[in-house]
Write a protein that binds this ligand. Structure first.
Ligand code: C2E
Ligand code: SIN
Ligand code: SIN
Ligand code: FE
Ligand code: FE
Length: 787
């Protein structure tokens, strides 16, 4: 029993030892396994772990035997005790050593990583430095990231500015199995823009999707991504000039991105972005250089072919550039012109003012346009229009002045010509108006002289009228003379220059008066006036000289044809003006003479009639003058009066054709005699109508026997069909006839005659006229009664 009890005691202890051993060894085996991972030393720790496992099994089996009643020896005791001790020591050792291993592992990892980082960075820097092509550079960086980072795929996507805001993959590396070609990624707010790439581009922040199989934002790509076992997707924004232009993306099958790794790739991405920016800048510069070159080429070509002269001036007024058109204009070749002073092209006198212009342009304050007289290589003077511009350096400073030059000599001359012509035309119109509008010769000649001086830039001009009958020159008008006495120069043609013009009938041109100087009054005046040149022009109209126009100048005579043409035209106008007036005066005189002659003839005729009709002398004239008065009273127009007078004087001229036997018959007339007597108006008509001068006076002789009621002769006219002058005269004729003795009866007294006239009013006479006649009779009774 004792033994049994003792035995049982020993068994219990053994079981406890075994249990502790088993636990410790199992723990050691597991721990050794973990150390494989921590230290990376597989073989040693695996063997330790296996050994521990075997030992654990061994202990376990032994424990099974003991529990089954298997006795154990003292050796067993010794072995198990040592095993327990060893296990204990081992576990203590492992536990004690483990932290050491852990810290070693971290250091080791860090070292490894730093190495990798350095390697990646240096590789990337190499890429960045040596790659000139953006896409190549991005592909290379993707490669380095994949190869050194151990990721599946790295790719770069650019944010496109299209309407859909797509992300276009521009570089990739790794085994993506056509993933990027399959999926659609955008950077807008839609579902396809909510992945890491879109989010990174929008926000400018790094974006990681750790769980592609569950992340709700990853839905659009899940199937494709999981097929390829992409578990994690991370995007790094690429910022160029503070703007996100795209993202660098990494796809991985494991979630290995810790903060340091993310920071590192971020930095890499930034480096890449920087280099993209650098590449962009370089490209832009190259583009710029290219464009600059091209635009320079273009400009050179334009300058070479420009029809405008192109000159560039230095600050010291030296020619720095000179194009073929400038050579064309000024005659100097580029070689001759370059480096020359501005004085090459201008007269010394204008040098100062031209330099002032250039100075102004240099200050960009004006002088941009000027019209200058320039001198060509052959000495010819030309007029040029200059367009001057300051040329600015990049820093905004004027480094030279460029001039565009156009030669406008002909244009300016043509313009001046046109201006002259216009002015002269209006001058001629003025003169014409003056000639037509007035018969005041002095006024017209004054106008001519004024226009002459103004339009031909003369100092003085004078006009003489020539009277061919008296062979005399008479001063008419002048202007511009300072000395007194020019108006007394008129004389018989002889001493004076004007006389020479008349005699020669040709323009007399004296460019230098001192050469023909004579000792006379005219030259003393010329000297006093300091005239040096002279032109005298005969005024000729209808082949007849009627005057002389003289012009005097204190400067040399003009040279161009237009000037002489205009002077001659003015002289012609003066000749016409003088001729007009002379003609008019002649005509008037002629008219006066003629009417006087006619008047006398008419009066002679009417006196003859009076004699034949046994009328008292002056009777016809008085009757005619009463007719005039009555006509005025009735309101006949002024122009008709003279014809009424003449018609009244001649009213019975037709009686010339009536034989004395009838005219002087004492008794009444037979029918036959009456027939003849009644022909006297028609005889008057036939007699007078061929005479133009008397035609307007015919109404009275032809119609004075017509009666108001239409019973008169020769035509039986009625009422107002009878001309008014005939109606007027009928009253006076009958009044006069009745108040006179006739061979066939004695004169009637006034009362009887008045009554008769009143009685006949409305039948023989126009009542209105009868009324006026009686009114007139009251006003001037004596006159009429005596008639
Ligand atoms: P006259 O003698 O000069 O008369 C002009 C008109 O005055 C006449 O136009 C008539 O309208 C009027 N008149 C003149 N005398 C008388 C008159 O005694 N009585 C009236 N009632 N009226 C008178 P008329 O009648 O056409 O005669 C035209 C002319 O014929 C007269 O001009 C006269 O030269 C001549 N004549 C008219 N009647 C006679 C006549 O009886 N004998 C002669 N020998 N000649 C006569
Ligand atoms: C994304 O890039 O935003 C989605 C797709 C991917 O991560 O693979
Ligand atoms: C010139 O007239 O010669 C050139 C100066 C200018 O007008 O700019
Ligand atoms: Fe009569
Ligand atoms: Fe009569």
């Amino acid at each position: 029993m004792q033994v049994m009890s003792h035995h049982l005691e020993k068994d219990k202890t053994m079981i406890i030892i075994l249990a502790i051993s088993i636990t410790l060894q199992f723990f050691a085996a597991i721990y050794a396994l973990t150390l494989i991972k921590i230290t990376g030393k597989v073989r040693s720790w695996l063997s330790i772990s296996i050994a521990m496992m075997l030992m654990t099994f061994r202990r376990g089996f032994f424990l099974y035997e003991i529990l089954g009643g298997h006795p154990f020896t003292d050796l067993d005791w010794a072995i198990e005790s040592i095993a327990l001790l060893t296990s204990l020591l081992l576990v203590i050792g492992i536990i004690w050593i483990a932290p050491l291993f852990t810290s070693m592992q971290v250091t080791n990892l860090n070292l490894k990583r730093s190495n990798r980082v350095l390697k990646v960075l240096s590789e990337c820097n190499q890429i960045i430095i040596y790659t000139t092509d953006e896409t190549t550079m991005m592909c290379e960086i993707c490669r380095v990231i994949v190869e050194t980072g151990g990721y599946r795929v790295a790719w770069v996507g650019m944010a496109m500015p299209d309407a859909e805001k797509t992300v276009r993959p521009v570089a990739q590396y790794g085994s993506s199995n056509g993933y990027l070609e399959q999926v659609k990624i955008t950077w807008d707010e839609s579902a396809t823009g909510q992945g890491p790439t879109g989010t990174a581009i929008r926000t400018g922040e790094v974006k990681i999707t750790h769980e592609t199989d569950t992340d709700p934002h990853f839905t659009p790509w899940r199937v494709e991504a999981l097929e390829r076992n992409f578990r994690t997707s991370i995007s790094f924004p690429i910022k160029v000039n503070n703007r996100v232009i795209g993202a660098l993306n990494i796809l991985s099958e494991r979630d290995v991105f810790d903060k340091e790794e993310v920071d590192f790739i971020s930095e890499l991405t930034n480096n890449m972005a920087f280099s993209i920016q650098a590449l962009h800048t370089r490209q832009q510069k190259e583009q710029g250089d290219h464009e600059l070159f091209e635009s320079q080429q273009r400009l050179n070509e334009v300058i070479r072919r420009s029809p405008f002269g192109m000159i560039e001036w230095s600050k010291t007024y030296k020619i720095e550039a000179w194009n073929p058109a400038a050579e064309q204009i000024f005659g100097y070749s580029e070689k001759e012109a370059l480096g020359k002073d501005i004085g090459l092209l201008i007269e010394d006198a204008t040098r100062g003012s031209v330099k002032t212009i250039l100075d102004e342009v240099y200050l960009d304050k004006g002088g941009y346009f000027s019209t200058n007289e320039n001198i060509c290589k052959d000495g010819k003077k030309i007029i040029c229009e200059w367009h001057n511009y300051p040329l600015f350096s990049k820093e905004g400073e004027v480094f030279s002045v460029a001039s565009l030059i156009e030669e406008v000599t002909e244009r300016i001359q043509a313009e001046q010509m046109r201006e002259y012509q216009l002015k002269r035309l209006s001058a001629l119109r003025n003169i014409d108006t003056s000639i037509l509008g007035s018969l005041d010769l002095a006024m017209t000649l004054k106008t001519i002289i004024e226009e002459c001086i103004e339009n031909l830039n003369l100092d003085a001009a004078i006009i003489y009228q020539y009277d061919p009958l008296l062979n005399r020159l008479d001063y008419k008008s002048s202007m511009g003379f300072q000395a007194n006495g020019w108006q007394y120069l008129d004389d018989k043609p002889g001493e004076m220059l004007s006389g020479e013009v008349v005699l020669k009938r040709k323009m007399l041109r004296i460019p230098d008066l001192s050469e023909v100087e004579k000792d006379n009054y005219q030259f003393s005046l010329i000297k006093a006036e300091h005239f040096i040149s002279y032109i005298g022009i005969p005024l000729i109209a209808k082949g007849r000289i009627n005057g002389v126009l003289e012009v005097y100048q204190r400067s040399p005579l003009a040279e161009h044809n237009g000037w002489y043409d205009f002077l001659n035209t003015l002289a012609g106008q003066a000749a016409i003006a003088i001729d007009n007036v002379e003609q008019f005066e002649e005509l008037q005189q002629l008219n006066r003479d003629l009417s006087q002659a006619y008047e006398k003839t008419l009066e002679g005729w009417s006196r003859t009639l009076e004699l034949r009709d046994n009328e008292t002398e002056g009777h016809s004239v008085r009757v005619a003058s009463i007719a005039l008065q009555l006509a005025k009273k009735v309101g006949v127009v002024q122009e008709k009066l003279v014809h009424i007078y003449r018609g009244a004087l001649l009213h019975d001229i037709g009686k010339i054709g009536i034989p004395d036997s009838i005219l002087h018959k004492a008794g009444s007339l037979t029918d036959q005699e009456w027939k003849l007597m009644k022909r006297h108006p028609k005889i008057a008509y036939d007699l007078l109508s061929p005479i133009q001068y008397l035609a307007p006076a015919l109404n009275i002789p032809y119609c004075h026997h017509e009666k108001w009621d239409g019973s008169g002769y020769p035509n039986g006219l009625k009422g107002e069909h009878i001309p008014i002058e005939a109606r007027i005269f009928a009253v006076i004729d009958v009044w006069d006839a009745l108040r006179s003795d006739r061979p066939y009866r004695k004169a009637w007294d006034e009362e009887k005659t008045k009554n008769y006239i009143k009685e006949q009013s409305g039948s023989h006479f126009d009542p209105r006229i009868v009324q006026s006649f009686f009114a007139l009779l009251d006003e001037i009774p004596n006159n009429i009664k005596e008639a």
